[in-house]
Ligand binder design. Sequence first.
Ligand code: NAD
Length: 258
Amino acid sequence: MHLPPHLPRRFIDRTVVVAGAAGGIGAAICSRFAAEGARVVTTDVNAKGAAETVARILADGGKARALASDIAAPEGCAAIIGDVIATEGRIDVLCNNAGINRRGDLLSLTPEDWRLSFAVNLDAMFHLCRAALPHMIAAGGGAIVNTASQWGLHPAPGHIAYYVTQAAVASFTQNLARDHASQQIRVNAVCPGEIHTPMLEAGVKRAGRSIADLDRLVPLGRIGRPGEVAALVAFLASEEAAFICGSLVEITGARAVA
Ligand SMILES: NC(=O)c1ccc[n+]([C@@H]2O[C@H](COP(=O)([O-])OP(=O)(O)OC[C@H]3O[C@@H](n4cnc5c(N)ncnc54)[C@H](O)[C@@H]3O)[C@@H](O)[C@H]2O)c1
């Protein structure tokens, strides 16, 4: 994982939980927090991938452990937070980053595609936040950073289940922030445009396109890198963002999709 030199150490003695830690963006988020001194708990339904994220962090001298869990099941979410509190004794930052993209319009999607998109992309956030919030409130505060999408803010054709769940994540973020800001819980979301990850590559291949085709659509000249999203997530979770709460921050290279 490529990290810039001379990183700040904003998360020493902090416990950070990252859901979707095996994926492109999630692995980068984990590495970033670990490099800044956090104890990182990686969780993903892909146990091998979450363990690989941990192995990379440990090899770099960071602190991390893996928890395999399917967050499509509410009990999986409760088990993650229960384990973290039992083991680490606290949770300072929760990154809800897991996601699936069931591609297609209304007629090509199945009811199961629709249900699973909501279960993973939105409902899991509800269950993880619901389990984590009482501990954050008891500790005097905490930060939640959700991964939404630029396409949750600007409707586009073709992937209705994904886009509607991302719009719901944006709304969930703003509403949760308003409900709990007075308890010093800061909730924000990052809304990436296209970022070069396995999820994106799979979609690009299926559509018969290349990464270079996507690069050409971005005014900055290229799509984003996972580490760039991770840097934004870490900033939003840090004390430097102490007055940022209920914000949806786009990270897109100025690409307009609407
Ligand atoms: N890559 C992009 O261009 C892009 C753009 C905007 C938003 N996003 C969002 O960023 C996040 C990460 O995307 P990515 O590109 O790194 O994708 P990815 O597919 O590489 O990572 C997603 C991770 O979520 C995990 N996951 C899926 N279902 C799960 C479940 N039931 N329980 C636990 N974990 C589960 C996967 O195993 C995977 O590791 C997603 O929420 C995605 O919607 C990505």
